[in-house]
Design a protein around this ligand. Structure first.
Ligand SMILES: [Zn+2]
Length: 250
């Protein structure tokens, strides 16, 4: 995706405050901070994506959260892939969110929500595209990995003291990197079908510190994060944490 990519978050399920909230406002605040303007977008990490282009699209690595909405279980607590798409379509057709062909719409679910095509078993997140209101719309799903820490969280004790949000941060970075370099699933992937995020999944590079609350390798938006590396498509290719940085095998 060319230029600056606008991110949209649909918080699906229960992220409300109060004793009934399964995941809570802290999760929203942390992930909003990470992806808002002045956050991860445009950093040396995000600009690894600028090593991808085709004749008509130069990926910049600039992205930022533009708007977000809450969806309180409009399709229940068990979602299919089609239901995830329908949640995005509903947000657009109801005008809760704008229709943006240079946008990436995340459906972010609370830990009590399942995704029947394989969340926690086959994947921790996915991205795709769908035709919504006559336009090619990019969508992504990331569930709260507190649902399956053994499968989708690197560490139970996390730098921000919110294992679900900290786990989602890396998965969301993975899906963002993939969606902007392969938005319609026909652009960049290797001979094995791996996209850039897949090539470096669960690889962190050097951990730069620990807060006593969990290891981190990135400081951005006033918080510490453990984000997987991304595949730099230059210099012969490799996984690194910042554009032009050292390649790490793990
Ligand atoms: Zn992937």
């Amino acid at each position: 995706m060319a230029g600056k990519v606008n991110l949209y978050f649909i918080w699906y399920g229960n992220f409300l405050t109060g004793p009934a909230a399964s995941d809570g406002v802290m999760t929203q605040e942390l992930l909003t901070a990470l992806f808002s303007a002045g956050g991860l977008g445009g950093t040396a990490y995000a600009r690894i994506n600028s090593t991808y282009s085709d004749r008509s699209h130069a990926v910049s690595g600039n992205f930022a959260l533009l708007d977000s909405v809450n969806d309180y279980y409009s399709r229940g607590a068990q979602l299919s892939d089609a239901a995830v798409t329908a949640v995005v379509a509903q947000a657009i057709t109801s005008r809760a969110l704008p229709k943006d062909t240079n946008g990436l719409y995340f459906v972010l679910t609370s830990s009590d929500v399942s995704e029947s095509s394989g969340f926690c078993m086959q994947y921790c997140g996915w991205h795709s595209q769908a035709r919504i209101s006559g336009s090619d719309i990019k969508i992504a799903f990331v569930g709260n990995p507190d649902r399956c820490p053994g499968a989708c969280e690197e560490q139970l004790v996390s730098p921000n003291g919110d294992s679900g949000a900290d786990g989602m941060a890396s998965i969301m970075a993975h899906e963002t990197n993939e969606a902007i370099s392969d938005p319609d699933l026909n652009a960049w992937y290797d001979n094995s079908g791996n996209e850039n995020g897949d090539k470096c999944v669960w690889k962190w590079g050097p951990v730069t510190g620990s807060l006593g609350k969990g290891a981190y390798n990135t400081v951005v938006a006033g918080h510490h994060w453990l984000l997987q590396m991304n595949w730099e498509n230059a210099r012969g290719g490799g996984c690194d944490q910042k554009l032009g940085g050292k390649f790490y095998s793990q």
